[in-house]
Design a protein. Structure first.
Length: 113
């Protein structure tokens, strides 16, 4: 997946806004970040907020494409992916899951927010 495709996927999710976050682009739902993209690098890193059990499984199954973010952030499920190395479908599923981590329940179920 390219950086542009990842950005388009994130922006297609309900109420997602792209907001600058230090040297990266962040993608947020009602102010809560679920994805950042480190733009303009050769091996583009994306950082997703995942449930701990999913983070653990991904780190075991995709060791060459994913790594935990260090310290507190890593313990909170933040996981770095190198998007050009990862299967498109799998990355798309993880982006949707990260969105669900921060989206309000009513938004997830399709109700008014």
């Amino acid at each position: 997946m390219t950086e542009a495709e990842l950005r388009a996927l994130a922006l297609s999710l309900p109420e997602t806004l792209e907001v600058p976050h230090f040297p990266t682009a962040s993608f947020r739902v009602r102010g809560k970040i679920y994805l950042t993209i480190g733009e303009g690098r050769d091996d583009t890193p994306a950082v997703l907020r995942l449930p701990a059990h999913i983070q653990e499984a991904v780190l075991q199954s995709d060791a060459d494409t994913a790594e935990s973010v260090g310290g507190y952030w890593g313990r909170m499920g933040w996981t770095r992916f190198f998007i050009e190395r990862m299967e498109n479908e799998k990355l798309a599923d993880l982006v949707r899951l990260a969105w669900r981590q921060v989206a309000p329940k009513k938004l997830i179920s399709g109700g008014a927010g």
